[in-house]
Design a protein around this ligand. Structure first.
Ligand code: CA
Ligand code: ZN
Length: 297
């Protein structure tokens, strides 16, 4: 297994980033990651104003996958997510849709024990460990790690978790995979701008699917096929994810478009990943068991 330490990090996904690791097409890689504040926050008394905002959302990488060429899909199976013993949250003024309700900033340290996050003496939450930032280099421009787009990035999708397989479009030779911004707990929406932000380690297994263009990321879980799309406008993100799913069902399973659309209206869940990043992220979830039925009949 290949290993990459957290010192190898980037703040934007770019075709010009120098790879820090070259791996064969079927590699397994362990990424060590900082939290989204690059581990700057050590206690709830730390000064919010003292944070260096140029060091937000680091992603560990980028990794050059030998044989990955533009027009291929980079398939990334999330084998394992390990998180540190405590995470951090911030809330406050101008942060997210409820930011106007607060006139200062608060930092909260959240201990993690026995697969639960200890929010307070009385409130504990089960972990839903996930990867906030994961992506490849865009085709011809830099995109900050805090921004989600067709290349992946800061999608903050809680389904990007252990066991899921993420498909990303390869835009430059080698793909240049990077990831970070783990969350120990997060709900759809991520409304205060963060989840339980936490450092950790992620193990992934890579595969390349040759010559299969992909307009935006897809995710495959045990139960669902998902299309993921990001846009400044939430409605537009919904439209992109829906169109991608409709075309996928038509092309992959041979459903006539009108049937695909009707079936999606019955069975495809349109869900919000997050509404707080520079672009908002939507996912459309289609249940796999319906597709095995369509194929048999
Ligand atoms: Ca994030
Ligand atoms: Zn985060």
């Amino acid at each position: 297994m290949f290993k990459l330490s957290k010192e190898h990090s980037i703040y934007s996904m770019s075709p010009n980033n120098e790879p820090v690791l070259y791996v064969p097409p079927n590699a397994q890689i362990e990424f060590e990651t900082c939290d989204c504040f690059e581990n700057q926050i050590k206690s709830s008394n730390d000064s919010f104003g003292g944070l260096d905002w140029s060091r937000i959302n680091p992603a560990t990488g980028p990794v050059y996958i030998n044989g990955a060429e533009p027009g291929d899909i980079l398939s990334v199976r999330i084998d394992k997510i390990e998180v540190a013993e405590s995470g951090v949250m911030v809330a406050g003024k101008e942060m997210g849709p409820l930011g106007h309700l607060m006139d200062a900033h608060t930092i909260k340290i959240i201990p993690i024990k026995n697969n639960t996050a200890i929010f307070s003496d009385k409130i504990r939450l089960p972990l839903n460990k996930m990867i906030g930032v994961i992506g490849v280099a865009p085709k011809d421009s830099d995109i900050a790690c805090g921004v989600p787009d067709y290349h992946g990035g800061n999608m903050d999708c809680k389904e990007i978790t252990e066991g899921a397989v993420l498909h990303l479009p390869v835009n430059v030779p080698g793909g240049l995979l990077a990831l970070g911004d783990l969350h120990a707990v997060m709900a759809d929406g991520e409304i205060c701008i963060c989840g339980v932000e936490v450092a950790g380690k992620v193990t992934v297994s890579i595969d390349i699917i040759k010559n299969t263009p992909l307009p935006s990321p897809m995710l495959f879980t045990n139960s669902h096929i998902m299309t993921i799309a990001s846009h400044e406008d939430l409605d537009e993100a919904v439209n992109i994810a829906l169109l991608h799913m409709a075309n996928y069902l038509k092309d992959k399973y041979g459903l006539p478009m009108d049937e695909a659309v009707m079936l999606m209206s019955l069975a495809a869940q349109v869900r919000i990943c997050q509404v707080v990043d520079p672009k908002k992220t939507i996912r459309v979830e289609f249940p796999k068991d319906l597709l095995s039925y369509s194929q048999q009949t």
